[in-house]
Design a protein around this ligand. Structure first.
Ligand SMILES: CCC/C=C/C(=O)SCCNC(=O)CCNC(=O)[C@H](O)C(C)(C)COP(=O)([O-])OP(=O)([O-])OC[C@H]1O[C@@H](n2cnc3c(N)ncnc32)[C@H](O)[C@@H]1OP(=O)([O-])[O-]
Ligand SMILES: NC(=O)C1=CN([C@@H]2O[C@H](COP(=O)(O)OP(=O)(O)OC[C@H]3O[C@@H](n4cnc5c(N)ncnc54)[C@H](OP(=O)(O)O)[C@@H]3O)[C@@H](O)[C@H]2O)C=CC1
Length: 266
């Protein structure tokens, strides 16, 4: 099984989804994380996490990674694309280079991983692919991140049909950044009145990977405490840039209502 390392990946490994797992990571980060996770497996368990460095924004590195995974383990049953991220910025300040960097990491990198695993293994043997994104119905903070994440959605369905694999997108609400201002602001907008925790994300992924989901494909599973059913997490700043309504009786009534001078009977 191949996943990119992160909070979510750690949850999956702890759930022993991986019997023999390859842990992909950048820099020195992966070595320490793999050691920590391997120490949590009991001596009876065959599970083992192997760190392999790869920048998923680079197609050649992704192909090399899949090749080394296959020569190490012989097969790839699952691919969970759980890497990515963004930087926080108002949309009007995002530069082209930054926008492309986020799209490369979240969208193109996800595609490279899917394509490399499909061509090298799943085309012949089948398999399950899960792409993790962000729950972002009705807008989200940062157009670069939203564009990249929303753009994973349709290809997930297209590839499920083209490739005939069990395929899904798991859109998740904030779960790892407890304590940040953004996280605190979003809480009142979530019907559950709390964010998810990583332990609630990995079981959803495990479900799609398991035989219980053998007749499911191309779905988006929202693990978001109902956030995507409700309002937008974006805050609308005060402004008067909207076009005024045509002058008349109704616009006068609207002005009175908004000024608080008119008291509705109900
Ligand atoms: C959201 C809610 C829930 C989600 C939670 C999570 O995701 S949890 C996961 C939590 N983890 C994460 O979210 C980590 C995610 N981070 C990453 O993956 C990478 O840092 C990256 C892909 C954002 C950029 O990769 P890199 O640096 O290798 O990329 P590069 O060298 O190709 O392009 C650099 C260009 O990007 C721009 N730019 C970059 N930073 C900023 C900034 N702060 N400010 C402004 N702009 C910024 C800037 O334009 C810069 O070039 P310039 O104009 O200076 O010449
Ligand atoms: N945590 C949260 O609140 C939420 C997370 N998400 C999304 O869920 C997914 C999993 O998140 P989570 O596990 O929490 O996040 P983490 O930040 O813990 O993990 C993301 C991992 O992706 C890796 N990564 C980033 N860019 C690259 C790249 N170019 N090549 C290879 N690896 C890369 C990072 O590597 P390194 O550590 O070396 O930088 C990091 O280990 C992400 O897409 C995230 O955006 C969605 C909603 C909420």
């Amino acid at each position: 099984m191949a996943v990119r390392y992160g909070l979510l990946a750690a949850g999956l490994f702890r759930r022993r989804v991986a019997i023999a797992a390859d842990l992909l990571a950048l820099g020195g980060h992966g070595e320490a994380a793999a050691e920590e996770l391997n120490n949590t497996f009991s001596s009876m368990s065959p599970a083992k996490v192997t760190p392999i460095q790869c920048n998923i924004r680079n197609e050649d590195e992704v192909e090399a990674l899949v090749k080394s995974t296959l020569s190490l383990y012989g097969n790839i049953d699952f691919l969970v694309n759980g890497g990515g991220g963004q930087f926080a910025s108002p949309s009007e300040a995002i530069r082209g280079k930054g926008c492309n960097a986020v799209i490369d990491a979240n969208l193109t990198g996800t595609f490279y991983c899917c394509k490399a695993v499909y061509n090298a293994w799943m085309k012949e043997h089948g398999g399950v692919i899960v792409n993790i994104t962000v729950a972002l119905r009705n807008g989200f903070s940062g157009m670069h991140s939203e564009a990249a994440r929303a753009a994973v959605n349709n290809p997930t369905k297209t590839l499920a049909l083209e490739w005939g694999l069990v395929f899904s997108e798991t859109a998740v609400a904030n779960y790892g950044e407890q304590g940040t201002m953004m996280w605190l602001k979003i809480i009142p907008q979530i019907p559950a009145k709390r964010s998810a925790v990583p332990e609630e994300i990995s079981p959803a992924v495990c479900f799609v990977l398991s035989p219980a989901a053998s007749c499911i494909t191309g779905i988006t599973l929202a693990v978001d405490g109902g956030q995507s059913l409700y309002s937008s997490p974006l805050e609308i700043p005060d402004h008067n840039r909207w076009l005024s309504p045509r002058e008349g009786k109704n616009s006068e009534m609207l002005r009175k209502l908004l000024s608080g001078k008119f008291k509705p009977k109900l």
